[in-house]
Design a protein around this ligand. Structure first.
Ligand SMILES: *Cc1c(COP(=O)(O)O)cnc(C)c1O
Length: 360
């Protein structure tokens, strides 16, 4: 039997989510973050649906190349910038913009002799301690960059938040204050907010917001789904039921005999597993839908197959559609049962899954 695991990408949801992001951003420009193959949804198809964005954010030059090859003419920002001097030529050729976060990158720029001015985003580390320059260096770095003929004078100042999804922590307010203090009086646009900050921290809105998760309808706040905050999930992951077996009370199901049937019951087998990106860490009890009925993972997720408790789905038949996540079953609920976040689930859907799309 051919594999039936299918990820359907809802282009209308992507478009509607961008409209809602724009409304929340209140006039700020929107960078649609499409790294990691658009959070697993497919770079080209998502960029097509998100073409009204003011810029795209990517993690690699290769993704910038894919977007240019698909005909996009927007601004494209490479979020971790150049790794080597040869990247600068490639970025100019493709008209990509570079986030600069480290002295090694500054040295590459300072070693250049001319060239088309490159657009630069200067990343300051205000407390996340991953990428970025010390904020007290903002003035010095800005002065060095504007002095370079090969750098465009309109430098965007940016920072990234560590905990903007924690609406009752003061970390984001402290990072915002640090950023505003360090950049006070410097010319140029500001870009602070990711999805969660767009929702929870309006005072951190600069001239740009950089939004990923919300565009895909994914939650950015603990205990909330994307739909809870007005966004539509952009992916539905489905497969088919390939067997239904009656299993006796006390019998065990699957690898490691991890699930013991509490009564005589129907156990369904769905054609999906961790080889497709359904998380092996999903525990027994993780919700699934068979047709319109609820069902639950029972026993360990295997590579190709998933065993299901069908006691609440008595009408289930072999061949029925099984939904793993989508608008009717938030990926956030699955993530919670698997000890992860919804972002990791959509990013993890593997290449053997058939991708299709609906909407235009
Ligand atoms: C991934 C990323 C974003 C987008 O984050 P979301 O939580 O998906 O909105 C924004 N800025 C930077 C620098 C990123 O790496």
């Amino acid at each position: 039997m051919s594999r039936s695991a299918t990820a359907t990408i809802h282009l209308g949801a992507l478009r509607a989510n961008l409209v809602r992001v724009r409304a929340l951003a209140e006039g700020a420009k929107v960078m649609a973050v499409v790294k990691a193959d658009a959070y697993g949804h497919g770079l080209e198809r998502c960029a097509r649906a998100l073409t009204d964005a003011d810029a795209f954010g990517v993690a690699s030059i290769a993704d910038g190349l894919r977007l240019r090859a698909a005909g996009h003419r927007q601004r494209i920002v490479v979020l971790s910038g150049p790794d080597a001097a040869s990247d600068l030529a490639e970025m100019r050729r493709l008209r990509l913009e570079a986030v600069i976060h480290h002295d090694s990158q500054l040295a590459m720029l300072e070693a250049e002799h001319g060239g088309e001015p490159l657009k630069v985003w200067l990343n300051l580390d205000t407390g996340m301690h991953r990428l970025g320059f010390a904020p007290e260096r903002a003035r010095e770095l800005h002065a060095r960059l504007v002095a370079l003929p090969a750098v465009d004078k309109a430098i965007v100042l940016m920072t990234h938040f560590a905990s903007s999804d924690e609406f009752d922590s003061d970390q984001t307010a402290r990072q915002t204050q640090c950023f505003l203090g360090a950049t006070h009086g410097l010319p140029g646009e500001r870009a602070l907010s990711n999805s969660a900050a767009l929702l929870g921290w309006p005072e951190a809105r600069g001239e740009w917001v950089r939004v990923g998760g919300l565009l895909y309808g994914l939650s950015v706040a603990e205990g909330k789904t994307g739909a809870d905050v007005g966004f539509q999930p952009a992916m539905t992951l489905t497969t088919r039921l390939v067997a239904i077996n009656q299993v006796k009370r006390g019998e065990r199901v699957g690898y490691g005999a991890a699930y013991e049937c509490p009564e005589d019951m129907p156990v369904g087998v769905a054609a999906i597993g961790y080889g497709d990106g359904y998380p092996r860490s999903a525990r027994s009890g993780t919700p699934v839908r068979v047709g319109d009925a609820p069902a639950a993972v029972s026993g360990r997720v295997s590579m190709d197959l998933l065993t299901l408790d069908l006691r609440q789905a008595p009408a289930a038949r072999v061949g029925d559609t099984v939904t793993l996540w989508g608008p009717a079953l938030p990926a956030e609920a699955i993530a919670e049962h698997a000890g992860t976040i919804a972002y990791e689930l959509t990013c993890g859907v593997t290449r053997r899954v058939l991708f299709t799309e609906d909407g235009v």
